[in-house]
Design a protein around this ligand. Structure first.
Ligand code: PEP
Ligand code: MN
Length: 336
């Protein structure tokens, strides 16, 4: 349930309403936005009686929320959430691009790639220091050393860094180095990790689970928001289907569907959807045409020597060309 307050009412009237909600054993969550405050009611097990709150001072209306998710939903908050990281804003209609290798491999490697993607216009750098690999015998990431190399990239280029956290155990250290913490596909429903991310003051990129429905994905985002972190960026990266011609199937339609249901920004990762670089290029252009709130692309200076995901990593020259085309497409899409 959502309690919508009158415009311009004093703070103490809002607080009195919050107290009235909490006195009934619910959690009250004020939701900033527009020119009035709304208060979301959380942790109710059954339906909430609107009559308890309708007569309170400053209350304009009480709206029942029909969706199982609340904080993430457009019913709770109509305006798009904007998340600013460095020079990038996710959710303001622009198309910030995150680029970098799948995995951090060496200082030289990340500095070289960061230099080229920055020149091409990327606003954030990505690279995994903790890698979720299908095989335990594959390269697992440089861990702390990798985080230090990412910090060196930030220092050298000024680009904020995005890196994956795989477990609660390593959250503190990842959070210490990262500007944006990524929760990967395989962890979308790792609820203890989501709760820990909810206590972080860093924005979180929440990748869609391998075969998660939109509802399951939004419920995962709700876990993060319910703990107090409002800065969640959804990331579509392809889902598992019957096809064999690509690694996964990029679910283009989930972008408008998510935007309808939720105020959270949604970005697209064409690299993990495609699995091969020629398809990455086409899907990156499609992502720009979709009106996504950003794109994340894997780029490597020597893809044939990459320790993970080389086949889907673009060469720096290809990245420059994709950036130019994505920007041109984005401009057309933005024309109202
Ligand atoms: C990654 O971004 O390198 C990654 C492992 O992604 P995903 O969780 O989408 O597989
Ligand atoms: Mn990868």
């Amino acid at each position: 349930m959502l309690v919508v307050m009158e415009k311009g009412i004093p703070e103490k009237t809002i607080q009195a309403c919050i107290n009235a909600i909490e006195k009934r054993g619910y959690t009250a969550r004020p939701i900033p936005g527009g020119d009035r405050v709304s208060i979301g009611i959380l942790h109710n097990t059954g339906s909430v009686d609107a009559a308890h709150f309708l007569g309170l001072d400053g209350v304009k209306e009480v709206i029942p929320v029909t969706k199982p998710y609340k904080l993430v939903s457009r019913e709770f908050k109509q305006e798009n959430t904007r998340i600013k990281v460095g020079d990038a804003v996710f959710g303001d209609g622009s198309l910030p691009v995150i680029a970098g290798p799948c995995a951090v491999e060496s200082l030289e490697q990340v500095l070289s790639i960061a230099g080229s993607v920055k020149k091409a216009g990327a606003l954030l750098f990505r690279g995994g220091a903790f890698k979720p690999r299908t095989s335990p015998y594959s390269f697992q990431g440089l861990e702390k050393k990798g985080l230090e190399f990412l910090a060196a990239v930030r220092e050298e280029t000024g680009l904020p860094v995005v890196t994956e956290v795989m477990d609660v155990e390593n959250f503190d250290i990842v959070e210490q180095y990262a500007d944006v913490v990524q929760i990967g596909t395989r962890n979308m429903q790792n609820f203890s990790l989501l709760k820990r991310a909810g206590k972080s003051d860093k924005p979180v990129i929440l990748k869609r689970g391998m075969s998660a429905t939109l509802q399951e994905w939004l419920m995962a985002a709700e876990y993060i928001m319910a703990e107090g972190n409002n800065d969640v960026i959804l990331c579509e990266r392809g889902v598992r289907t019957f096809v064999r011609h690509s690694r996964n199937t990029l679910d283009l339609s989930v972008v408008p569907a998510a935007k309808k249901e939720s105020h959270l920004p949604i970005i697209v990762d064409p690299s993990h959807a495609a699995g091969v670089r020629d398809q990455v290029i086409s899907l990156a252009l499609a992502s720009a045409a979709l009106g996504a709130d950003g794109v994340m692309i894997e780029v490597h200076n020597k893809p044939e020597e990459a320790m993970s995901d080389g086949a889907q990593s673009l060469y720096p020259d290809q990245f420059i060309s994709v950036m130019d085309k994505m920007n041109a497409i984005h401009q057309i899409v933005e024309q109202k």
